[in-house]
Design a protein around this ligand. Structure first.
Ligand code: DQA
Length: 147
């Protein structure tokens, strides 16, 4: 079984982008940390960041026929705009957790709505980059309990 980490637009800039909101940890640090954690739990790990909606849609579609058992996704700005990513997640029918580094509910009104939350197993927001680790711990426990 494999855990797939997906990150949407501008998250390639983590660590450099608005650090007062998103912190100083880079995406490479996060991916490395989650990979180590997965391997320690005996799970495979794959990660993709893209600024392009269709690339994320295609990776979610590919998860329908690879060994992906669980998806952790921060759709970033696409959270608030993308019916296409929502439809891909619905089609893939894999359990997933939605992560936001910032507390989207404490920010501008246009960030309060998510197109994917009602499909998610759970939503983590406002915990900073620790939210990815929290989601991963939950995913691992879910997979080990389901197995
Ligand atoms: C974000 C919140 C989104 O509103 C924003 O567009 C992002 C990052 C977060 O992780 O807090 O790019 O998903």
């Amino acid at each position: 079984a494999s855990i797939l980490l997906l990150n949407g637009p501008n998250l390639n800039l983590l660590g450099h982008r608005e650090p007062h909101i998103y912190g100083h940890t880079t995406l490479a640090d996060i991916e490395q940390h989650l990979q180590t954690h997965c391997h320690q739990a005996g799970l495979a790990f794959d990660a993709l960041q893209s600024n392009a909606e269709h690339v994320l849609v295609e990776r979610i579609q590919a998860a329908m026929s690879d060994n992906t058992a669980f998806i952790i996704i921060n759709p970033a700005a696409f959270t608030h705009t993308s019916v296409a990513i929502r439809d891909a997640l619905a089609a893939a029918a894999k359990p997933f957790i939605e992560v936001h580094i910032s507390n989207i509910h404490a920010r501008e009104p246009f960030r309060h709505h998510s197109y994917v939350s009602d499909l998610a197993m759970g939503v983590v927001c406002g915990l900073g980059t620790y939210g990815y680790e929290a989601a991963l711990r939950c995913a691992i426990q879910h997979l080990q309990t389901a197995a």
